[in-house]
Every structure is written in structure tokens, then in C-alpha cells.
Design a protein around this ligand. Structure first.
Ligand code: PLP
Length: 309
């Protein structure tokens, strides 16, 4: 998707004009993927912009840093505040938010800890990730020949720049085959996740999603959808999912900050259920969008309002 530039990027505590937010070409992260990031959405509600699950994203970001021994030079509260300030400063009603913590420029050995840790926060206007029609009509996807990382290689629970070389391979292969997205299996051959989404299977009224031990990123939208589904009276099981269960599912959908709740209408050209958004996906999607748009009460306290100046 083309990027709609905003005016300012928060860079190590200062607002700098979008085009001037630059780093040295020998920054560690550029060479070794040593960055931690989040993708967060801010939604337009009747009472102003509101950030979805801000504390949960901040927590995951600091957890990713902990795993990679990155000492962040700001507290979680300071980063949360800086995110709200950056949205306000850019005057956006809704946007995508990209905080990034990275090992900067000092030396270029693999051991990263002598490099400084830099932090940026960028925000920009963004629409539906898998295309505007995807939310309603669903997407066609394929199982990737690339696997997610084995548990003792790179830690799947951390959202780290370097891990997204794997996601890029999955995504490019999917595009080469004409699919909107790819689904990767884990090292044992069970379903893991999309290149940037978690996946849910609906079968006989029960929801299934792979457990964190299947090399998935513990998605924040995944957690919200589990909560919503249980509150709507559905059973949700986090369990290993064989590939063929995808084909015989009644419904399938992706969850993610970017993808929100996106139905899947075919996998490997096999049509899922009747080939359109299913009733349980629709219910969850409706409930999700009602909450994030502020149309119903924010009963789980998922929204952090961006207060005007
Ligand atoms: C690999 C991967 N899995 C799952 C997700 C979904 O996570 P979330 O719902 O927190 O955006 C993302 C997106 O961040 C991702 O990159």
C-alpha cells in the first residue's frame, strides 16, 4: 500500500519532519535485523481518535526487547505518551502506528550491545491491509513452502525486524502464486500463521487457533477475538491444527492489527465452506468493529483516547 506521509516522526524524544527522520547506513539494525517493533491502530470514534490495545502492544514490545536484551532508554509510560503525542501532533483521526526500537550506529560486530538504542514512532493514515474488499468477501490464500521458525532458532514470541525475512518469503511466494497471503506451517508440519496474521478455524461451531508453541506471534487481535468469541458463547481451543483441517473447516479467518478480522474463502484453491464470509466470522467482525469504532461501550477497555491538546 502507498504510504501517506504525515508531518512529524518522533525520533529519540524529538519531533522531526517526516523526510528528515534518517539513520546512518551502518546502523546495526540495517545489517542484522536488530530492531523491535509494533504495529498498532488508532481508530476514529465519535469522541475522537482512540488507540486500540495500547498497553498490550507496549507490553509485547518491551517483552521483545527483554528477549533480545535491549535496554530501552524510555519507560513504557513514556513511549505510550509519546505515541499519543505523535498522533495529536500530526492531527490524525485514525492511523497506523509504528513504534520501532533499534540498535543504531557505533560498530558493526554481530554482538550488538555496544551500539546505541534508538526509538522512533511514526504514524500515518492507512486502510484495509488485504484490500478494501477483503473484509467482506474474504481472501484466497495458499499454504507456504516456507515454515515458521523452529522453537530453538529465533524466538517467535518476539516481534523483531530480523524475523520478518521469514514473513517476506512467505508473502512473496503467496503473491507469485496469486494469493493474497500465505499460511506457514510450523517445524512439525502443523498450521502456524500467516506472514503477518494469526489464523482461526471454525468447525461445528467451535473455534480453533494454533497455540503459542506452534511458533506463532502471540497476536493481540488474536487475544481480543478469543475474548469476544468466548463472551458470545463459543468454545475456543488453542490446539495444534493439521493442514487438512483448513480445507474441511466451515469458516477460516485471519486476525491481526493490519488484517483486523479478515475471512479466508479458499486455501490452495480449495473453497472453504460456501466460499464467503461465514456467520461466526461475521458476528466476530461486527462485534470487533463496533467496539473499535466506539459504537458500543468499550467493555474490555481496549481503547485509549487521544485527548485533544
Ligand atoms: C507474524 C505475525 N503474526 C501475527 C500477527 C498479528 O498480531 P497482532 O494481532 O498483535 O497485530 C502479526 C502482526 O503483528 C504478525 O506480524
Amino acid at each position: 500500500m502507498p504510504m501517506n506521509k504525515s508531518e512529524f516522526i518522533w525520533f529519540d524524544g524529538e519531533f522531526v519532519p517526516w523526510d528528515e527522520a534518517k539513520v546512518h547506513v551502518l546502523s546495526h539494525a540495517l545489517h542484522y535485523g536488530s530492531s523491535v517493533f509494533e504495529g498498532i491502530r488508532c481508530y476514529a470514534t465519535e469522541s475522537g481518535p482512540a488507540v486500540f490495545c495500547l498497553p498490550q502492544h507496549i507490553r509485547r514490545m518491551y517483552n521483545s526487547c527483554k528477549i533480545y536484551r535491549i535496554d530501552v532508554p524510555y519507560t513504557p509510560d513514556q513511549i505510550s505518551q509519546a505515541i499519543l503525542d505523535t498522533i495529536r501532533k500530526n492531527g490524525l483521526r485514525s492511523c497506523y502506528i509504528r513504534p520501532l526500537i533499534f540498535r543504531g550506529y557505533e560498530q558493526l560486530g554481530v554482538e550488538p550491545r555496544t551500539c546505541p538504542v534508538n526509538v522512533v514512532i511514526a504514524v500515518w493514515e492507512w486502510g484495509a491491509y488485504l484490500g478494501p474488499e477483503a473484509l467482506e468477501r474474504g481472501v484466497d490464500v495458499g499454504v507456504s513452502s516456507w515454515r515458521r521458525m523452529a522453537p530453538d532458532t529465533t524466538p517467535a514470541m518476539a516481534k523483531v525486524g530480523g524475523h520478518y525475512t521469514n514473513s517476506q518469503l512467505i508473502r512473496m511466494e503467496a503473491a507469485e502464486h496469486g494469493y493474497a497471503e500465505g499460511i506457514a506451517l510450523d517445524i512439525a508440519g502443523y498450521v502456524s500463521e500467516g506472514s503477518g496474521e494469526n489464523i482461526f478455524v471454525v468447525l461445528d461451531g467451535v473455534l480453533y487457533t494454533p497455540p503459542v508453541s506452534a511458533s506463532v506471534l502471540p497476536g493481540i487481535t488474536r487475544n481480543c477475538v478469543i475474548t469476544l468469541a468466548r463472551d458470545l458463547g463459543y468454545e475456543v481451543r488453542q490446539q495444534l491444527i493439521p493442514r487438512e483441517l483448513l480445507y474441511v473447516a466451515d469458516e477460516l479467518f485471519f486476525t491481526g492489527t493490519a488484517a483486523e478480522v479478515t475471512p479466508i474463502r479458499s486455501v490452495d484453491h480449495i473453497v472453504i465452506g460456501p466460499g464467503r464470509r461465514g456467520p461466526i466470522t461475521t458476528k466476530l467482525q461486527n462485534e470487533f468493529f463496533k467496539i473499535v469504532s466506539g459504537k458500543v461501550q468499550d467493555r474490555y477497555r481496549w481503547l485509549t483516547p487521544v485527548q485533544p491538546d
